[in-house]
Design a binder for this molecule. Sequence first.
Ligand code: GUN
Length: 285
Amino acid sequence: MTVIISGKDLAKEKKEALKLKIIDETKKYGRAPHLVVILVGDDPASQSYVKGKEKASIEVGIKNTTILKPSTISEEELLTIIDELNNDDDVDGILVQLPLPKHINEAKIIKSIRVEKDVDGFHPLNVAALFSKQDCILPCTPKGIIEVIDSQKYQIEGKFACVIGRSNIVGLPIYKLLLDRNATVVSCHSRTKNLAEITSQADILVVAIGKPKFVTENMVKDGAFVIDVGVNRNPENGKLCGDVDFDNVKEKTAYITKVPGGIGPMTISSLMENTFECFLRRMNK
Ligand code: GUN
């Protein structure tokens, strides 16, 4: 029997619980948490992610400001906007939607966000804190993945986990979070030699490479927990699809997430929680 996990339902529960906390704290501090999202350019996928963040903010009672800038904005102009937001006491979280146009140095932008307002958990100080087991803001997608696994009361400790993908946003931090939960973890990528040999031994398989239907049945262990983080367009029909060939793999798994409606909504609910956490930390300073 396969359990198809609805990240959408789980995220809804999380947002409802968060909404109640935000009502209390908004009364206590006289203002709601405030998230500012900056979108540069008009990439349709990024536009849709940013809309999702705005919608979720409204649902949970977070004030959301979305700043839209053309792709021609210079790095200096973007840095100036971030600097103003860094110094604005009314702003608790700053998120710059990635990717940015090529002429803008992404690392420089991420580093310019004050670490206390880094709701993405991408700032080098946040990353260093995560990798040295210190207090930090957890990156949203990896946090959501762990919550999805925990929602099934699945024991991570002692399991063999394989992560395909090594991005700063998902692959590397989820590797670390699984390791911290005492799984044995191997980090792979799409060109890892004999990849199927490794992945087909994994109790937990996390895939985050952005290649439509890359993972097929021969790469999956019987009874595995498969987490699909891919968001791609299916070249055959233009519809959204994951990195896992869901129909091909599903029967072999014990637990699987689907695209859409799997990890995506969890990323957003985690972002809402991170914004609330940054707000509380700033208020309690
Ligand atoms: N682009 C894709 N995922 C993310 C994310 O989690 N945060 C930001 N800022 N950009 C993204």
